[in-house]
Design a protein. Sequence first.
Length: 124
Amino acid sequence: MLGDGVNDVPVLAAADISVAMGSATDLAKTSADAVLLSNRLDALVQAFSLARRTRRVIIENLLWAGLYNGLMLPFAALGWITPVWAAVGMSISSLTVVLNALRLTRMPRPADSADAPETRPLPA
């Protein structure tokens, strides 16, 4: 549910997911699950796009960490990898996960603006 007025408060409170507009009343903002900082509806589309990208990156990171640990654990258990190399490998794995997550700080270029730069930073 997307709302901005006092009359929307009961529905915002009862909805599974509720969003209040930036110009909404204070009561509507407190009842909503999320509040758009602007009054533009494309901000809601961007939020859903970012949520989908975030979920995809989380899955990638979990798969990478599980694959790395699943492959390296037998080698470490058999003593084929020294603790120093295991620590180095785990640090590289953690750095890979962090760098992959940092991709979320860049938003792709909107399709309607051909002269805009390739990516733009997310608003703070």
